[in-house]
Design a protein around this ligand. Structure first.
Ligand code: DI6
Ligand code: FE
Length: 389
């Protein structure tokens, strides 16, 4: 075995048998069961094979861009100041409302393609730039359509509680009652929702408002997740954990009590270094406490036009290591096994018999290469549902 690969579970000279879109068998090349002898055989010439990557937190469907806001922030305005001045999330809301579904799809696909080119086979996509019933549903329909346009699986999250739109300024409770909850009910009736998310933050919603959305999610039988403790500690992760959340995401300002409540609920910590980097934050999430309390960590791009305009999960893995001192092994598990957990999926994220045959083949030897490189894509090929792409 190559030195230092034990933690990854790397098998040298391995073979993997694929059948009907699933992994039928995997193990050492010398141990292949005899009944596979006559099967079609592809020699990967010693390349590294990992589970296909999973981007478990994106806002990849949106209208417009925020390059102007980028300039403003470089001149000194903070993310919160931009948001309070009517920029930020609500400016993307205006652009998203103006776009039709075809335009939203056309603008999202190149971003999706950038992820696929790096071995991603599963993307979570949130609504949250509509903030009215029709546009929230339109975003989710577009997210679903992506699955028909590309060889990729999509999981949707309803994020109606993302920001208070201008027409409900200073009336967040009325927005939750009049728009967010009716939109969730309608989207769910159209089978557009796989999970329910929220943004618990001073510039968005307080925990009492998030709680009402979560109660509706529970009534509809939908799992929840939450943007929590990104810019301040409002107890969001604890609230999410008390609702058995799949994940709590961002978490820079989380304290140990919050980490413990996540551990008790098996809530995955989704680490989003792209937003930390873009906003030039200085407080890193409590990685050491997640390790201590055995909270599973995922990593994701948070692809969105404001705080994380990035479409590289490999760069995200690199940032998780360099900015937060995660190990390359944690970063890879974070973009595969733990990302699957953050989406409530048990059929993907590892190379094991019975799992989906979603694999990435890399021009790499040691798995640490995936997180180590910057701006270089070592993908050789991607296998989606057993089919080489
Ligand atoms: N946190 C984020 O990082 C994104 N949403 C959220 O709740 C940012 C969204 C944006 O700035 O457009
Ligand atoms: Fe986000």
């Amino acid at each position: 075995m190559a030195p230092g690969t034990e933690a990854y579970g790397l098998v040298e000279g391995a073979a993997i048998a694929l059948d009907a879109g699933r992994i039928a068998w995997c193990g050492g090349g010398d141990d292949i069961p005899s009944h596979y002898a006559g099967w079609q055989h592809d020699d990967l010439e010693g390349r590294l094979v990992t589970p296909a990557l999973i981007d478990c937190h994106t806002h990849i469907v949106f209208g417009g861009d925020r390059a102007r806001e980028f300039e403003m922030r470089l001149q000194g305005a903070s993310y919160e100041e931009v948001a309070r001045a009517g920029g930020g999330i609500v400016s993307t809301v205006s652009a998203t409302r103006r776009a039709n579904e075809q335009e939203l799809l056309n603008s999202a696909l190149p971003r999706v393609d950038a992820l696929l080119a790096e071995g991603v086979s599963m993307i979570e996509i949130k609504s949250g730039y509509g903030l009215d019933v029709d546009t929230e549903l339109a975003m989710l329909r577009v997210a679903r359509k992506i699955e028909a346009q590309r060889p990729v699986r999509v999981k949707t999250s309803f994020l109606g509680a993302h920001a208070v739109p201008a027409d409900y300024k200073d009336k967040p409770d009325a927005y939750i009652d009049d728009v967010c909850i009716p939109a969730l009910e309608k989207a769910n009736a159209e089978n557009l929702v796989d999970a329910v998310d929220g943004f618990c933050e001073g510039i968005a919603f307080m925990s009492a408002q998030i709680e009402r959305v979560f109660e509706k999610a529970e009534e509809l039988g939908l799992p929840v997740k939450l943007h929590a403790e990104q810019l301040s500690n409002l107890g969001g992760a604890k609230l999410a954990a008390s609702h058995g959340a799949l994940s709590a995401d961002h978490l820079e300002y989380l304290d140990e009590a919050g980490v413990k409540s996540m551990a008790d609920a098996d809530t995955v910590a989704v680490i989003l270094p792209g937003a930390f980097y873009t906003l030039r934050e200085t407080q890193a999430p409590p990685i050491e406490l997640f390790r201590k309390h055995k909270v599973a960590m995922a990593v994701a791009t948070d692809c969105n036009p404001g705080s994380s305009p990035m479409t590289s999960l490999l760069l995200t893995m690199n940032m998780a290591c360099t900015l937060f001192r995660m190990t390359p092994e944690e970063a890879l598990a974070g973009a595969t096994r733990n990302a699957a957990m953050a989406l409530g999926l048990t059929d993907t994220g590892t190379v094991e018999a019975g799992k989906r045959a979603d694999l990435a083949v890399w021009n790499a030897g040691h798995p640490a290469e995936l997180a180590y490189r910057i701006g270089f894509n070592p993908l050789h090929s991607r296998i989606f549902a057993g089919v080489a792409q």
